[in-house]
Write a protein that binds this ligand. Structure first.
Ligand code: JFZ
Length: 451
């Protein structure tokens, strides 16, 4: 059974961090609390007795599951992962296991996951749940709250048996087919408990995926670190959870939004390396997805409506190293050249040994031919492909050229000096020297450091 099939083709999902932490939105008792918004209880060491009071204020009257699912669908996203319970221990669904949940503890008294399940079913979007299986800052025996509770006295297994497992069972028996249970920060949990959780998920819903953050390699696919992208192609199934600004949960003063161009290039960079992009939104306590997020998702959706063929179901680049002008994805008989920096009239690709039968712009419905000059450069002893390109780029952010080739791509991996004089080494063969101990390692154009 290939559980991963739909997910591998999907490539692009919406992450939703929504909870009580959207009420303080990064501010506690008038003080701005540093760091990611959903961690405010821990960062401000808020006692459970005080944090619980937030539930009495949680009434998202503007919440519309249809609206959220429409925004995700129009963005070209194929699945939604929403926080059913984050580290603060509050259940954003109707849990019978604990009264610390949205139906029993808030004036909203409704289960938003029911609405989301119906809307996702209607729109063909896969609903998935984020569940913090180890950290629970509300429960006496959960991990992570060392300001209310004495770590020494904790009985994690008790929390695991009486809250974590029963709630995972609820999520897989109350909302129809679930695509992924997205676990996180597997601290304190034992290999047996990680395995037990993964087996429980697969027993209740054999098609449901489990991510690697269940712990101890018990997952079905790899979750990269937050906003982390590998430097080169990874064959294993992997996914990068990413933010649009600097927080997952809503923060009123976080306006550090990535541009549409950056978000599109991250999507292409990730897919060209064999990964999925799980891009986050942090709705307000009223249940509204911030406008800057909505606008960016709209623009990404417009790009995918023209260029989706080069993303959905695409295979990673046949080149192990990053290219100067952009990135490549592929399908049988086709290479998709995603150009970030539209060059002067000519794009050069080195090392492609296959004959190029046809080259055209994906955005050009008439698929008018682009002139290609393909030669074996004796001096460089290297295959050089030149594509003569129009003056202006079809897209201001990422423009895609399709190369139709015979057979599977054959790439000459010999390391050569580029026209720009640069010699590019595959990340995995490079020795990296820091100019000083704290100077960051900068690998690749996405500027994301991989440890
Ligand atoms: C975790 C959560 O703590 C955070 O609140 C958010 O939900 C995020 C998606 O996941 O944060 C992490 C987890 C793992 C890493 C970094 C942050 N990591 O492996 O680098």
């Amino acid at each position: 059974m290939d559980r991963l099939g739909w997910w591998r083709d999907a490539k692009f999902g919406m992450f939703i961090h929504w909870g009580l932490y959207a009420i303080p939105a990064g501010i506690w008792k008038g003080k701005e609390i540093e760091g990611i918004g959903e961690w405010i209880m821990r960062r401000a060491q808020i006692p459970v007795k005080e944090y619980e009071q937030l539930a009495k204020q949680f009434n998202p009257v503007k919440f519309s599951a249809e609206e959220w699912v429409r925004i995700a669908k129009e963005a070209g996203m194929k699945y939604i992962v929403i926080t059913a319970k984050h580290h603060d221990g509050f259940a954003m669904y109707d849990s019978k296991v604990s009264d610390y949940d949205i139906v029993d503890a808030t004036p909203f008294e409704r289960d938003p996951m029911k609405d989301l399940a119906e809307a996702c079913q209607r729109e063909g979007i896969k609903l998935c749940f984020y569940y913090s299986q180890a950290q629970d800052w509300h429960h006496l025996d959960g991990a992570g709250n060392d300001w209310d509770y004495d770590e020494e006295k904790k009985d994690f297994a008790k929390y695991f048996e009486e809250k974590a497992k029963p709630q995972v069972r609820e999520l897989l028996t109350q909302y129809g087919p679930i695509g992924i249970i997205w676990f996180d920060t597997p601290v304190t949990i034992t290999p047996e408990q990680s395995r037990e959780l993964a087996d429980l998920v697969h027993k209740l819903q054999p098609e449901c995926l489990v991510n690697s953050r269940v712990g101890h390699n018990a997952g079905d696919y790899q979750s990269a670190g937050d906003n982390q992208i590998p430097t080169c192609v990874r064959e294993c199934p992997w996914e990068t959870p990413a933010t649009m600004n600097d927080t997952w949960g809503y923060k009123v003063n976080d306006h550090n939004w990535k541009s549409v161009g950056t978000l599109l290039r991250l999507l292409v960079d990730i897919v060209s390396k064999g990964g999925n992009y799980l891009l986050n939104v942090g709705p307000t306590a009223e249940g509204v997805i911030p406008q800057p997020s909505v606008e960016r998702l709209k623009a990404i959706g417009s790009w995918l409506r023209i260029n989706g063929e080069a993303i959905y179901g695409a295979l990673p680049s046949p080149y192990l190293l990053e290219l100067e002008w952009g990135a490549i994805t592929r399908k049988p008989g086709k290479l998709y050249l995603h150009i970030f920096d539209w060059a002067e009239r000519e794009l050069v690709l080195y090392g492609l040994k296959n004959k190029v039968k046809k080259a055209y712009l994906l955005a050009d419905e008439k698929c008018s031919f682009l002139k290609v000059i393909q030669e074996y450069n004796k001096e460089l002893e290297y295959d050089v492909l030149k594509i003569l390109i129009p003056e202006s780029a079809p897209d201001e952010n990422v423009s895609v050229i399709v190369l139709e080739i015979d057979g599977d791509p054959e790439i000459d991996r010999m390391i050569i000096q580029r026209a720009s004089g640069k010699v590019v080494l595959e990340g995995c063969v490079a020795d990296i020297h820091r100019s000083s101990i704290d100077s960051p390692i900068n690998i690749g154009f996405s500027g994301i450091v991989e440890n």
